[in-house]
Design a protein around this ligand. Structure first.
Ligand SMILES: Cc1cc2nc3c(=O)[nH]c(=O)nc-3n(C[C@H](O)[C@H](O)[C@H](O)COP(=O)(O)O)c2cc1C
Length: 321
């Protein structure tokens, strides 16, 4: 299938996740067969003002393709202006964040709060599409709250404004990440527009991937939390969707090997100090539920160096033999 002129192989896309789905994690997910990846959200204002941090955040390597850069903001002109700088990292797609519930984003008129102003949302998409040489996609929620479900209207407006695909996270802003995802609304959006729809929410394995595709008829699926500490979920979902095969979960030794590789990349790209601090949460996810891992939880949470991580990984392997 294609998003605009970009060919997409596979069905499972890695979700944008600020503070988590960075270059190290995205490259790993591409290795495991993610159909494409999306950067952490980038402030259009920051990018337009030449902010160093925004520029670092949007960097895309050649090992993580196809890739989208996701931008957020509420001013159509600034959003459009940011495109020129975003294009310096050569993304295949530009994605617009209209789903983030965080007060820092939604409280400033961007992210999910655009659901409360569909006319402005449409203007933003139109301005970004006009400025962008690559296809533009939009990521929305089902609405602001249960009394204002408007994903269908938002999707129609985005299509009208020239968007090439829409991701629908089947929850309202008010619901944040908690209640089960509503697949009916994703199915409704799929029926109401002709551009590709990416279904998102609560996909964690082959079954939940197949259910999302079957119940909504969406074109692609997007996986966020289900990939944390578990990037091989992409190869498991691909094997199931393409060949009906259920791949076993990798053995603990392999999981620990992937964790170490991931954290080595993290340190290589961000330096040891930042890398080891960010490694703590990833190590928690990789070891979650493993026999004997609970007693290393505190040590993982204060991890300082690779030797410490390797030692814990070795002990966990021994306990799970
Ligand atoms: C830690 C974290 C960070 C996130 N950051 C972003 C973001 O930068 N942009 C965005 O559009 N969505 C963001 N999301 C939402 C996810 O992309 C996704 O829509 C949501 O987690 C639901 O999918 P899931 O059930 O597969 O996790 C984030 C979610 C999490 C858990």
């Amino acid at each position: 299938m294609k998003i605009g002129n970009v060919e997409i192989k596979g069905k499972a896309v890695l979700a944008p996740m600020a503070g988590v789905a960075d270059r190290a994690f995205r490259e790993l997910c591409v290795d495991y067969g993610a159909a494409f990846v999306v950067s952490e959200m980038i402030s259009s204002k920051g990018v337009s003002m030449g902010d160093r941090k925004s520029k670092d955040l949007m960097f895309l390597s050649e090992k993580e393709r196809p890739a989208a850069v996701q931008i957020f903001g509420s001013d159509p002109m600034i959003m459009a202006q940011s495109v020129e700088t975003v294009m310096q990292v050569n993304p295949q797609i530009i994605d617009i964040n209209m789903g983030c519930p965080a007060p820092k984003i939604a409280g400033n008129g961007g992210g999910a709060s655009l659901a409360k102003n569909p006319e402005l949302a449409e203007k933003i998409v139109k301005a970004v599409v006009k400025a962008s040489p690559v296809p533009v996609t939009v990521k929305i929620r089902m609405g602001w709250d249960e009394n204002s479900i408007n994903a269908v209207e938002m999707a129609k407006r985005a299509e009208n404004a020239g968007a090439s695909a829409i991701t629908v996270h089947g929850r309202t802003r008010k619901q944040m990440y908690a209640p089960p995802v509503d697949r009916n609304i994703i199915a409704e959006v799929k029926k109401s527009v002709s551009i590709p729809i990416i279904g998102n929410g609560d996909i964690v394995d082959e079954q939940s991937a197949a259910i999302m595709l079957e119940e909504t008829n969406c074109d692609l699926i997007m996986i966020g939390r289900g990939a944390l500490g578990c990037p091989w979920v992409f190869s498991q979902i691909n094997a199931y969707l393409e060949h009906g095969r259920v791949l076993p979960t990798p053995p603990v030794s392999e999981r620990m090997r992937v964790m170490i590789k991931h954290i080595e990349k993290l340190c290589e790209y961000k330096g040891d100090y930042v890398g080891m601090r960010e490694a703590r949460k990833h190590a928690g996810w990789y070891t979650k539920g493993l026999h004997g891992a609970a007693k290393y939880r505190q040590e993982l949470g204060t991890l300082e160096n690779m030797e410490q991580l390797q030692e814990i990984a070795y002990k966990i392997c021994m306990e799970n033999r």
